[in-house]
Write a protein that binds this ligand. Sequence first.
Ligand SMILES: [Zn+2]
Length: 265
Amino acid sequence: MAIGKLINWLTGKPKRTVIPEALWKDTVENLPFLSCLDAGEELRLRELAERFLAEKEFTAAGGLELTDAVCVSIAIQGCLPILNLGLAYYRDWVGIVVYPDEFVIPRTVEDEFGVVHEYEDIASGEAWEGGPLLVSWHDAQMAGDGYNVVIHEFAHKLDMLNGEADGIPPLPADISWQEWENELLAAYDDFCLQVDASEAGFSDDELFDASQAIDPYASENPGEFFAVLSETFFEMPELLHREYPEFYALFARFYRQDPRQRYSR
Ligand SMILES: [Zn+2]
C-alpha cells in the first residue's frame, strides 16, 4: 500500500504507518459503531491501527485492487477489539488476504470409514490457525447492525492465541477458565435451544427476535459463538446485554471495554 511504502523507505522497518487525516475521517464515518468513541479512545484506536498497518502484510486476491482505504478500514475494525488489550494479542500472525467478495475454500473431511471427501465452502472470512486471515472486502463494508466479518475473524485470532478456536481465548488473571467456560456454555446452550425452537416454528416473539438478531451461525460450535457474539458485543451491545447479561459482563471484563456504556453517553 502506498502509505506504508513511504514510511518504509524513510525509516526502514516502520513502527507506525501514518493514516492521513482525510482517510481516517472517511473510514470512521463509514463505521457507525465507532461514532461513540470518546476523543481519547479514538486517538488510541488510530495509533493502534497505524502500528497494526506497519506490522501486518496485506495481500490482494481474486482481482481486488488493494487500496489504502481497504487496508485502513480492515485495520481499524480489527483493532477495536484489542483497543484496551494491545497489539500483542495479534502477535501470532502477519498476513491478511483480502478478496473482492465471498470466496471458495476447498475442504476435505474424513468419514467414519476413513474415506476422504472433498468439497467447497463459500466464505466471507476465514482465520487460519498459525496462518493468515482471509476476508471479503464486500462483506467488510457491510459492518454495522451486528454483522462484522472483520471483528468475527479477528475474534477467532484472539481465540487461537492459546490453541484451536474453542471459544476460550487467553483469559486475564481476574477471569478463571471455569468461570468463562460456565458462562460461555450456559449462553451457548440457551442460544442453540432458541435457534432450534425458531427453526421449528415454536419460539415466542422474544426468542425469535434473539435468534434472528444474533446470527444463528453462532450455534455451530462454541468457537463460532464467541466470534459471532463479539460482533454483537461491539455493534449491538444493548441486545447482547438484554439476552445474556452475565455473558455481556464477562465480555466487558475480557475486552476491557463496555460498548453499551459507550453508546449511552
Ligand atoms: Zn467463524
